[in-house]
Design a protein around this ligand. Structure first.
Ligand code: ACO
Ligand code: HSE
Length: 366
């Protein structure tokens, strides 16, 4: 069940803009133990929400590695998102109208500061494990830089120290699609739908890999010249997001992702990362074109007590959401045996354990 925390004082963003009385939507699973040392904090990625048991099945939930029977699991919906935390959908108290596209720029550092504030309000001090993938990993990295002493362990999946020029280019291209829709930000029925659908379809290409499409969307009939399976997949992925996500929130969060830079005002990424003290498990995906392994290698080079694991997956970037068997096993080892992490050892994990079936439909003819 999603809970709502109303913070009755202003929250000032990195830009200097203030959110007068923000609300945080959050979920918790399990029970805080008497020693208060069993907290696992999960940071969600771009379009997910605080119900991490729902969007990370196979990893979070009873019987899985992130098990509410052992841990007190917390996930907070990020500022600007569609799922209950203060966002473009909220009423701006200064105007009495929805913020919409006027919602202020929120940096990944702001998300981390906001999570810290929520943790304080919930009476959570030390956190046993802070974890997140993609944009969630960016927020987790920020929080680990801001409050290194708060965390026993850190797990960063498919993420980076600074959002890349390539990533920003993908995001700007999506925002161009959103802006090209004249209904964006208006009161028209289905305002922003066409733009959001196009933007999500572009994003999905960056979340998958050539092999993902080849395996799942290759046209079964050799003689077709139109109406391709891959085309309807793109359209459907756009529509699927439209059904659950607000275009102004998507616009806001994509700008937010672009701001990510752990080294900003800290003398660069190397200096920022070297301040992280928690033993850190870094998980990379060998087919991730959006957050390629070089980016996780950099994290691992500068975080002192880190271990890099490179997973094989045909799924691409979104493998961090679906390869839960492999991730669960790596994390179980990490949670149970962190004393054996050798700061000088960077292992490559090369066992192929895709959680998905990539059988190619009708692929006997080529
Ligand atoms: C309220 C909520 O929904 S909470 C938020 C849930 N989402 C999140 O948390 C965000 C994180 N999750 C994700 O990004 C995604 O769910 C992922 C990456 C984990 C998996 O993506 P999916 O879209 O589920 O998987 P995949 O890429 O295999 O596509 C499967 C879907 O495409 C459909 N599909 C597959 N091929 C085609 C095709 N050629 N044409 C049309 N549709 C197709 C399937 O029928 C299926 O539809 P369904 O989702 O309605 O069942
Ligand atoms: N598929 C993810 C984005 C990639 O991090 C999401 O929709 O949140």
């Amino acid at each position: 069940m999603t809970n709502y925390l109303h913070i009755s004082h202003p929250f000032t963003l990195e830009s200097g803009t203030t959110l007068p009385d923000p609300t945080a939507a959050y979920n918790t699973y399990g029970t805080l133990n008497a020693a208060r040392d069993n907290v696992i904090w999960v940071c969600h990625a771009l379009t997910a929400n605080s119900d991490c048991e729902d969007w990370w099945p196979g990893l979070v939930g009873p019987g899985f590695t992130i098990d509410p029977e052992r841990y007190f699991i917390v996930c907070v919906n990020m500022l600007g998102s569609s799922y209950g935390t203060t966002s473009p959908r909220s009423i701006n108290p200064e105007t009495g109208k929805r913020y919409g596209l006027n919602f202020p720029l929120v940096t990944t550092r702001d998300h981390a500061r906001f999570f810290a504030l929520v943790a304080d309000h919930l009476g959570i001090g030390r956190i046993r494990l802070l974890m997140g993938g993609s944009m969630g990993g960016q927020c987790a990295g920020e929080w680990a830089c801001l409050q290194p002493d708060r965390f026993d362990l850190l797990c960063l999946l498919a993420t980076n120290a600074r959002h890349s020029a390539y990533g920003i280019a993908f995001n700007e291209t999506q925002r161009m699609a959103l802006r090209a829709d004249p209904t964006l930000g208006t009161d028209a029925p289905d305002a922003g739908k066409a733009g959001l659908e196009a933007a999500r379809a572009m994003a999905v290409v960056s979340y998958r890999h050539y092999r993902t499409y080849d395996a799942t969307q290759t046209q079964p009939d050799l003689n077709d010249v139109d109406d391709f399976r891959a085309s309807s997949y793109q359209r459907y992925q756009g529509f699927k997001l439209w059904k659950r996500f607000d275009p102004a929130c998507y616009y806001t969060l994509s700008r937010s992702m672009d701001t990510h830079n752990l080294g900003r005002h800290r003398g660069g990424a190397a200096v920022a990362l070297s301040g992280i003290t928690a033993p850190t498990l870094i998980i990379s995906i060998d087919t991730d074109i959006l957050f390629p392994t070089e980016e996780q290698s950099l994290l691992s080079r500068y975080i002192k007590n880190s271990r890099l694991e490179v997973m094989q997956s045909d799924y691409g970037h979104d493998g961090f959401l679906v390869e839960t068997r492999t991730i669960g096993r790596l994390l179980a080892d990490f949670l149970g045996d962190q004393l054996h992490i050798d700061a000088g050892t960077k292992r490559a994990f090369t066992e192929g354990l895709s959680g998905r079936n990539f059988a190619i439909p009708g692929s006997e003819e080529v």
